[in-house]
Write a protein that binds this ligand. Sequence first.
Ligand code: CA
Length: 233
Amino acid sequence: MSAVILLVEDEEKLARFTELELVHEGYRVEKSGNGREALELALNNHYDLILLDIMLPGLNGLEVLRRLLKEKQVPVILLTARDAVMDKVSGLDAGAVDYITKPFAIEELLARIRVALKLHPASVLEKAGETAEEGVLSWHDLTLDERRHQVRYAGHEIPLTNREFTMLKVLLENQDIVLSRDTLLSRVCGYDYAGETNVVDVYIRYLRSKIDDAFGVRMIRTVRGVGYVIKSE
Ligand code: CA
């Protein structure tokens, strides 16, 4: 899946040109020309990288950066004016991974983007954030928050029933371990459940349609004759 970049730049010509180049390189690009809107977008969606201009209408880029990084970890490259040394310093202090001075050569920007994506892969950042956060399990872009009883994929909330939620939780807790239908059944429905084990297949089917099919991933694998597993790779 190609990386998704949020491009926050209010100079329309520059934004359009940069977008074309990024798309040409195979990135998926979303654009915003307003700091407040960009913060909203960044908080509510998954981006692998954010290119953030500093002088913006709505909300200053540095303020967007500070508020954003308080809530989630995402690599940000600042787009700064030539002489704005203080902006660069404050930006790096506030947690930006890099900056590039305008006007820039597109090749340089692309190189910096490649480095940032390599050094700060989104899944690693998200996992690092989660070890500090109790009760949150994850797989790639998916997170399951036990306390909030909430499952999200790349920021999008997925409504699950209690049993779907429990089944997903058990699978996520046991990544790389194949769980039999009996094991899953007793963990999800209780040990004294007297029904058929094929209810497990039914819940798996619901989970797959809400997650695997909806987001085009292969999360839950069937191990023929044994059961189901989520592989961590
Ligand atoms: Ca600007």
